[in-house]
Design a protein around this ligand. Structure first.
Ligand code: NAP
Length: 287
């Protein structure tokens, strides 16, 4: 039983390690050719502990890959205008190649206004409306990191998407929406579900590929899953719990991402890789 279960696991850690190794090579080449170290600016507003931890992890991965990380920390009480001004400074700074605004930002701040201050060529976290538009139109872009990480995992495990029925649960601008667009661009038939969707279990039952991006622990039940379906659990809830009931899903599914160790590591590795790519593009280095 244990052996069967392991064979079904999609190993996000292993693929992320390879992606990061590739980013290291890109960083070295950029340095060799342009004499510049790719730099990611991280912007953190307020004192949310989880956000601070995520930023720390991203900065560490960045430095591990040989890149510089520029830390911008703004106090609770920062206004939208002040935050936008900081981002505009980073946008104009030629030594900064990627900008990440850690979200959620404190409530009174207009998050969309902050995101839109990031120029598309430095939008390595894929949060701007321009980036999302490019993703929808299948144009080159730095795609939001979680859906980009997921598509790389699906490709790594040779999951057939052409003509497959993919059900995406969640329609957020950073996850569900770009994920649905990427899958459409890969010729899947996509059903995008959300909190107003009726008869969700019966929709999920028809899915060849399920992407759970809901933010509710163990929300997707094993009984909803068609035998042989591929299950991607993007959820990351308190206590390392995903959005899928893993114990119920492991039997019917053909492949599944564990939490932790599935989608999470791919998200950060994609951010690092895209920052290296952004630097190369800005510096005219052909990778
Ligand atoms: P979000 O912005 O809160 O969006 C959640 C989505 O789920 C919304 O579209 C919502 O629908 C939908 N939803 C809520 N309740 C539902 C229900 N009962 N039935 C169907 N749909 C429902 O969350 P997010 O930022 O996309 O994140 C989703 C999950 O992914 C979270 O667990 C988060 O922690 C995780 N995440 C993980 C990573 C990673 O690196 N692993 C990165 C980002 C996010 P409405 O639009 O109708 O409200």
């Amino acid at each position: 039983m244990e052996a069967i279960n392991k064979a079904k696991l999609m190993d996000g850690r292993a693929l992320a390690r390879r992606l990061l190794a590739g980013a290291v090579a890109k960083v070295e080449k950029i340095h060799e050719i342009a004499g510049v170290t790719p730099t990611l600016a991280t912007v953190l507003v307020g004192d949310d502990r989880a956000s601070a931890t995520y930023v720390r992890m991203k900065r560490k991965r960045c430095e591990d890959a040989g890149m510089k990380s520029l830390r911008v920390e703004l106090p609770l009480g920062t206004t939208t205008e002040e935050l936008v001004e900081e981002i505009e400074k980073l946008a104009a700074d030629e030594s900064v190649h990627g900008i990440l605004v850690q979200h959620p930002v404190p409530k009174p701040i207009d998050k969309r206004a902050a995101f839109e201050a990031i120029p598309v060529e430095k939008d390595v976290d894929g949060v701007t409306s321009s980036t999302l538009g490019r993703v929808i139109l299948n144009m080159p872009a730095f795609v939001s990191c979680t859906p980009k990480g997921i598509i790389q995992l699906l490709d790594e495990y040779h999951v057939e998407l052409d003509g497959a029925h993919a059900v995406v649960i969640g329609r957020s601008p950073i996850l569900g929406r770009p994920m649905a667009s990427i899958l459409i661009n890969r010729h899947a038939t996509v059903t995008l579900c959300h909190s107003r969707t009726r008869s969700l279990p019966s929709i999920v039952r028809h899915a060849d590929v399920i992407i759970a991006a809901v933010g509710k622990p163990r929300f997707v039940q094993g009984g909803w899953i068609k035998v042989g379906a591929v299950v991607i659990d993007a959820g990351y809830n308190e206590g390392n719990i995903g959005d899928v009931d893993f114990d119920g899903a492991i039997e019917p599914c053909s492949l599944i991402t564990p939490v932790p160790g599935g989608v999470g590591p791919m998200t950060i590795a994609t951010l690092i890789d895209q920052t290296a790519d952004a630097a190369a593009l800005q510096l005219g280095v052909d990778l």
